[in-house]
Design a protein around this ligand. Sequence first.
Ligand SMILES: Nc1ncnc2c1ncn2[C@@H]1O[C@H](COP(=O)(O)OP(=O)(O)OP(=O)(O)O)[C@@H](O)[C@H]1O
Length: 232
Amino acid sequence: MSTDSAESGLSLHHITVRFGGLLALDDVSLRVPPGRVVGIIGPNGAGKTTLFNVVSGFVTPQSGAMTLDGKPFRARPHQLIRHGLARTLQGVGQFDGMTVLDNVQVGPRSENDAWAALERCGIAEHARQFPKTLPYAKRKRVELARALAARPRILMLDEPAGGLDTDEIRWLADLIRESECTVLLVEHHMELVMSVCDEILVLDFGKPIALGAPAEIRSNDKVAEAYLGAAA
Ligand SMILES: Nc1ncnc2c1ncn2[C@@H]1O[C@H](COP(=O)(O)OP(=O)(O)OP(=O)(O)O)[C@@H](O)[C@H]1O
């Protein structure tokens, strides 16, 4: 079976989300083929996290639909892993009363998978510690390991570079590049986005204003105006 037929992977079709009078996502369509790294960028408030929340089932769109491998997909947060999706949260979202290992193993993840993810993230030596005792960058790795321990087909990373230094971001870029799964990446760190993504969707006030390879996005005037110009 082909892994990249027109229907394989995750697709969003004309997703619209309103919060009261605010249009948070305005007719957003996106195809995320298997094995690709797809970035979602845009200024603060553009709708990036809302899009993640739609895919994860935390937000129900007013209109639009999703498909996974061509079949209708309606996410529910507690069933994400069953569908092969896992997500990190912005910042660090661990349970402070549980060890790193227990945090990584939370939900339907096996201890073996948890250890493999801890090794992959270079934090196995901290497995028996409590997250609070670790520096911020290590806690971000715990968040990543928790997602990886679910052995997702689609890994959703919400601002994984936030608060990290250059070396940590380089490590993260390698992890994303070497990852065997599909990656959806919401991130403000342009260098990381441009260096790891196959394709980038740019949102501005909930509207998709560009979709393309990093080089196309870099030279897109609308993007420069809406985002890169604002960030410069
Ligand atoms: N639950 C909610 N209720 C009301 N408004 C919301 C809610 N969630 C998000 N919004 C609004 O929707 C818009 C999009 O927010 P969202 O968090 O998706 O943007 P973002 O691109 O992720 O921003 P940032 O880069 O700052 O994280 C914002 O104006 C935000 O205030």
